[in-house]
Design a protein around this ligand. Structure first.
Ligand code: URA
Length: 225
């Protein structure tokens, strides 16, 4: 919740029960509130479209699509690579070991999982958890772009280089580029931060400090931007 909707809510909480606006103001306020309130509905419609169109490939080998979840009003959007086995079974992103670790680290920096939104570049599990191919990522990109358009985050945190590749089309080594900020190519008001995939940290605990640093930076950017 943010913008005019949050302001109206705050005003109502301190006792304002009416607000006087001119015609132009009313129209503007109405549009903003409708847009804000519509996010859940628009995401639901988007995910129904993905199901119906089946253009986001990889669907056949998996047991269906796994869509994003969390707070659609969040200013930060976390993007992973693809659902794994547990995500495929539960139809929820980041619910396996890597997801539990991510939740823990988010808490550590003062970000609760349910306060942010989490999704993946590809929406179904690649066979044997292999890395999705550029073609598979391309087929799902229009839907990820739509998710971003609806959520309108200030910051997209790419969990791993594959997520970054899916968004920017660039294959950059995470060990060299983590912590770097990029422009989101489809909306220059949105920044993209590259960090490690939580599964990488589970295999390489030495990188945990940098991962936590990146999460802290994300939290900080959100409070200043
Ligand atoms: N890894 C990902 O990239 N996404 C998930 O949802 C789970 C594990």
């Amino acid at each position: 919740m943010r913008g005019i909707y949050a302001t109206l809510l705050a005003l109502s909480e301190i006792g304002f029960d009416s607000l006087y606006l001119d015609a132009q103001g009313i129209q503007h306020a109405k549009t903003s509130v409708e847009e804000e309130e519509d996010k859940e509905k628009r995401l639901k419609e988007l995910y129904e479209t993905v199901e119906r169109e089946r253009k986001c490939i990889l669907y056949e080998g998996a047991s269906g699509y796994v869509f994003g979840e969390g707070n659609p009003y969040s200013l930060v959007l976390f993007v992973g690579e693809a659902p794994g086995e547990e995500e495929d079974q539960q139809k929820r992103p980041f619910v396996g070991r890597a997801g539990r670790y991510l939740n823990q680290k988010l808490e550590e920096v003062g970000l609760k999982r349910e306060e942010v939104y989490i999704t993946n570049v590809v929406k179904s599990r690649p066979p044997g958890n292999r890395k999705p191919t550029p073609k598979e990522m391309q087929s799902c990109l229009p839907y990820l772009k739509k998710e971003v358009e609806i959520i309108k985050p200030r910051l997209i945190v790419c969990l791993g280089s594959t997520a970054l590749e899916g968004i920017l089309g660039k294959n950059l080594q995470v060990t060299k580029h983590r912590g770097q900020l990029f422009d989101y190519p489809y909306n220059r008001n949105i920044k993209v931060l590259l960090t490690y995939h939580p599964a990488y940290i589970l295999r390489n605990p030495n990188a945990e400090r940098e991962f936590v640093e990146d999460l802290k930076r994300a939290k900080q950017l959100l409070s200043t931007s």
